[in-house]
Design a protein around this ligand. Sequence first.
Ligand code: ATP
Length: 217
Amino acid sequence: MSTDQLKIPKATAKRLPLYYRFLQNLYQSGKQRVSSAELSEAVKVDSATIRRDFSYFGALGKKGYGYNVQYLLSFFRKTLDQDELTKVALIGVGNLGTALLHYNFTKNNNTKIVIGFDVNKEKIGSNIGEILIYSMDELEERLISENIQVVILTVPAVVAQQITDRLLKTNVKGILNFTPARLTVPSSISVHHIDLAVELQSFVYFIKHYSEEETDM
Ligand code: ATP
């Protein structure tokens, strides 16, 4: 997100991509206006929250008129830096890494994995999902020359920290950590941890213990 923009609350910022995706669909279907009630129904965020979120951008919908879809869309595009491609590197081209390379966030046109790294000789030099895989020996050099600021880690947990330490010598500012390892980083680097096993386990626990009460409510 652009730094010269007003600081909006983190919770609002998190919802922006959600709004953006929905507004894109609306725009493509030719809709010019949307009410906060319609938005609320589609993105499952209550309309008071939507109105508050939008007030941070100075986008004030008129009663009975709603918001102008095109205006909102161009605002979000700028705010989310949609016009600027964020290049991402993926380290560890195993099962999960390969899946992510094939997926490659094509629907999210502002982020793209552009390079992969691995230690496995059979993978180095190959193209996976049209992305070239390089040796870990070239990690720092390639990340710097491509000016990569975001890295996805899909390596075995035991090597996650040592790879993270190497990233400190590059321009990397964010790590999307898919390994179960808890990483230690300086404050200049943000880590977002996605542990699929933990997510699944807590979800199963939730379904077993809470879902009935929820549906009874
Ligand atoms: P696979 O079936 O291909 O081994 P996996 O996801 O089950 O995949 P993992 O052991 O989790 O296997 O390893 C993920 C990937 O990380 C593999 O491609 C492996 O070669 C790679 N890898 C292992 N150690 C390192 C390292 N130090 N640096 C970079 N990549 C590594």
